[in-house]
Design a protein around this ligand. Structure first.
Ligand code: 5HY
Length: 244
């Protein structure tokens, strides 16, 4: 099967690290390709960034349809454009936040999210509610690490992530930790060894869930709200989205 990872930000270095993390966990028979839009935010750390990034996600889905992709992963913790992307394909589309929350719920009764900037906490809280996981989440803790700092200064970032995860484990009642960024994938194994509790990276969780969905012969439902969008004209910079 062919799984396409879409890093919705335009950081090529983060796309490469996401692809490498996915490759470490994918089945030998799974072909992985990792891409990012040419246009859009270099990192996604706000509602505005999220909205702009969703357009690039949809463009990458349309490219993937031409490439015969079997499943897609939206490798940004805000899951930008997730349901819009699902309208554009019959293939499963897995968001790393949704994947991580559900994977954490299989190995703990309460988990905490450790994420980047404080202002993104509400994005995670909105997704927890949207996915029906809010009652399973003990806390969402911010490290105030800017997303791209994960690439630039990993050792300092690892220390801050561990510190917040230890507080979540010792004071919030978390039995597991969800990493709140696609760029944190490479930290999961060391953090799990240091903390002694499950640490879930959404990229890895999404790869295994995508493999499972394809293996089960599941497709995105085209009945109701995720049906292919109705034919309509788009103008100007979005003209390429027009469908007859
Ligand atoms: O929401 C965040 O802070 C993390 C999110 N932003 C990004 O550019 N990739 C991510 O996974």
């Amino acid at each position: 099967m062919h799984i396409r990872l879409i890093n919705p930000n335009t950081s090529a270095a983060m796309t490469a690290s996401i692809g490498a993390a996915a490759q470490r966990i994918a089945a030998p028979t799974t072909r992985l390709t990792a891409v990012n839009p040419a246009d859009g935010p270099e990192s996604i750390e706000s509602h505005f960034d999220d909205a702009i990034a969703a357009v690039g996600v949809c463009e990458e889905i349309l490219r993937g349809e031409r490439d015969g992709v079997d499943a897609y992963i939206i490798a940004c913790f805000g899951d930008p454009g997730l349901n819009a992307a699902r309208e554009l394909t019959r293939a499963p589309v897995i968001g790393i936040a949704q994947a991580a929350f559900h994977m954490a719920s299989l190995v703990s009764t309460r988990f905490s999210v450790v994420t980047t900037l404080r202002r993104t906490v509400i994005l995670a809280e909105h997704l927890l509610s949207q996915y029906g996981c809010a009652t399973l989440c003990a806390s969402v803790r911010a490290t105030d690490i800017p997303v791209l700092e994960l690439e630039h200064n990993p050792s300092a970032c690892a220390a801050q992530l561990i510190d917040q995860a230890q507080h979540a484990r010792d004071h919030d009642g978390a039995g597991a930790i969800v990493l709140g960024c696609g760029g944190m994938a490479s930290f999961a194994a060391d953090m799990q060894a240091a903390l002694g509790i499950p640490v879930i990276d959404g990229v890895s969780a999404a790869v295994k869930l995508a493999e499972a969905a394809v293996g089960l012969g599941l497709h995105t439902s085209k009945h109701g709200d995720l049906a292919t969008p109705l034919p309509k004209s788009f103008t100007g910079r979005f003209a390429h989205f027009s469908r007859s």
